[in-house]
Design a protein. Structure first.
Length: 135
């Protein structure tokens, strides 16, 4: 969508049809980690370890081309335009580890929906693990 934006806040999503086969309507990044606690003889936490940082990416939108559809498959490695647009590294911006040079975003799930009164839509779920090399 074309817009005149005032201020410095980011507006809208970047066109990502080349990677996702979708005209992106919604894109979200969720950061998570696992944790382990060390407890003393009274069961109180005296130590904490945070590990296994990851980013789950969800993308949804309208299928870009009715003749090819959504060709993205499970285990495909995608380079999203939003990963580095505007100098942000959205995959790992909140992680406490330095990513492996070949870490990337992998498709872990998806859905496709058709109806009688709307365009064909699709959604993708992707996972980014910063320490897993993908090449």
């Amino acid at each position: 969508m074309s817009a005149t934006v005032f201020g410095t806040a980011r507006f809208g999503a970047v066109d990502d049809t080349a990677a996702t086969d979708l005209h992106i309507a919604s894109l979200s990044y969720t950061y998570s980690s696992e944790q382990a606690r060390g407890k003393n003889h009274q069961g109180e936490s005296v130590a904490l370890a945070i590990f296994e940082e990851s980013t789950e990416v969800s993308a949804s939108g309208v299928v870009a081309d009715k003749t090819t559809g959504m060709a993205v498959a499970i285990a495909d490695v995608l380079t999203l335009a939003n990963e580095s647009d505007g100098s942000l590294s959205l995959n790992d911006q909140n992680l406490s580890v330095t990513p492996t040079g070949t870490a990337g975003t992998v498709v872990t799930g998806g859905s496709l929906e058709r109806s009688n009164s709307d365009f064909e839509t699709g959604s993708l779920t992707l996972l980014y693990l910063p320490l897993v090399p993908l090449s």
